[in-house]
Structures are given as C-alpha cells and as structure tokens.
Design a protein around this ligand. Structure first.
Ligand SMILES: *Cc1c(COP(=O)(O)O)cnc(C)c1O
Length: 226
C-alpha cells in the first residue's frame, strides 16, 4: 500500500519539477497521528526524512525507531517550554518564529549532537494564524539564528491560508520564494524553502519549493484525534 503511495508521490513531485523547469524538491513524509509501524514501512522503501507536529508523539516514535537512523523534522508550533525536548529529539526545527525560541533551542542542543538545522517559519498571508513571524521580521530573526553556535540556518517554511482552491495559494507561495531569494542573497548557505502539501504541492513546486511536506497522500486520511 504505502509502496504505491510513495512511488506515486515521488512521481508527482518529479513531474511538477520537470514541468516547472526546477530542481526536484526533497520529500518530507508527515507522519503525525500515524503509528511508528507505518513510518518504519515507509523507511523500508527508502524514505529518510519524517515530519512530526507534536513533540511528545515524536519522542515516542523517535525512541521506537532509533535504530533506523531517520531524519526528524518538527513542523508543528513549538513553545519555549518544550524547547529542551525538541532540541534533543529533532534534526530540524521548521517552526522557529522568534528569537526567544531560537535561543532556547541553542541552549538545549546537546554538545554531542550536530548543530540543529533551523527554518524560520513565516506567516506569509494567514491572518487567522498566530504562528510564524511577519515577513518584515525574517531578516533580523535569520541574523539572530546565524549568530547562535548550536543552530544552523537552512531557510524558510510557510503554511499559506488553506483556501479550498489551491490556485488561490499561488500568490503566497510566490511571495515566500521572493522572501527566500532575498534572504539567500544575504545568507548564501541557505538551501531550503519548505512549502506545499498533499493537495497543493504542484503549485508550490512551480513557485520554487525545495522541500514539500506530505502526509495524506502518503499515509491516507488521518484518524481524528479524540
Ligand atoms: C499535516 C501537515 C502537513 C501535511 O499535510 P497533508 O495535507 O496531510 O499532506 C504539512 N505541513 C504541516 C505544517 C502540517 O501540519
């Protein structure tokens, strides 16, 4: 089952990149609410990078799947009081949206682990969301992250307003890419623009995503949380 879903998703990503004349983005498999077994199955098919939304849930899966040596990304909102656990569990934090949070992660990243890869989450157009920094705060936050020894700035992450019509999300993806290019002129080491999900990855790739975050298309619909 998951073999076909992974194959189909990789195919969609490649087609979208080819149609847009852009490099093929990385696939982040979003396993929130999915059991560790499902993640292990996908890992068995060659998928290495997994995204989780909740720190506690990720810690359990991380412990259960430790021998597989997977790459774990936090893509859910992170409160500073969970920074210690997050800094030990994850390889990437895609939701850094304040200097305070960045400092907490830097302080808690264990010295024996590699620096923590960080994306600045930008609230590109979603007025209903309190998460993500404003576009005009990106440059200062990026500078602050670069100055922290235990963090490594990799780029930006966005979650546009979830319009039913995926085409309506295109302007947000385009703004995100412009912001990314501006940031890349200042910090040449950045390489990641994380945007696009199961239903809109083609649009995100056309606008320049370098990483797409896919859950439903890989694992099927999520069970509702109680
Ligand atoms: C759940 C989630 C995804 C994956 O969404 P799907 O529609 O299931 O592909 C991607 N990014 C974030 C931040 C998420 O919370």
């Amino acid at each position: 089952m998951l073999t076909h879903a992974l194959h189909d998703t990789l195919h969609r990503i490649e087609n979208a990149a080819r149609a847009a004349g852009r490099p093929v983005p990385r696939l982040l498999a979003v396993g929130k609410t999915q059991p560790a077994d499902a993640i292990a199955e996908l890992a068995g098919q060659g998928q290495r990078a997994f995204g989780e939304n909740y720190v506690q849930e990720a810690m359990l899966k991380h412990a259960a799947l430790q021998p597989l040596g997977l790459e774990w990304h936090l893509i859910g909102h992170l409160q500073s009081n969970k920074a210690r656990e997050a800094a030990r569990t994850f390889d990437w934090i895609q939701t850094v949206d304040s200097e305070r949070l960045a400092r907490a992660l830097d302080r808690h990243r264990p010295p024996e682990q590699a620096p923590l890869d960080a994306l600045v989450q930008v609230n590109i157009d979603d007025e209903a969301s309190k998460h993500g920094c404003r576009p005009d705060q990106v440059a200062a936050l990026a500078d602050a992250i670069v100055a922290l020894p235990r963090l490594r700035l990799r780029g930006l992450m966005v979650i546009p307003t979830p319009h039913d019509d995926v085409e309506a999300r295109r302007p947000a993806f385009r703004s995100a890419r412009q912001l990314f290019d501006t940031l890349a002129a200042r910090h040449r080491e950045i390489d990641t623009l994380s945007m696009g999900m199961s239903d809109d990855l083609e649009v995100a790739i056309a606008e320049g995503a370098t990483m797409v975050r896919v859950g439903t298309a890989l694992f099927g619909a999520r069970p509702h949380k109680g």
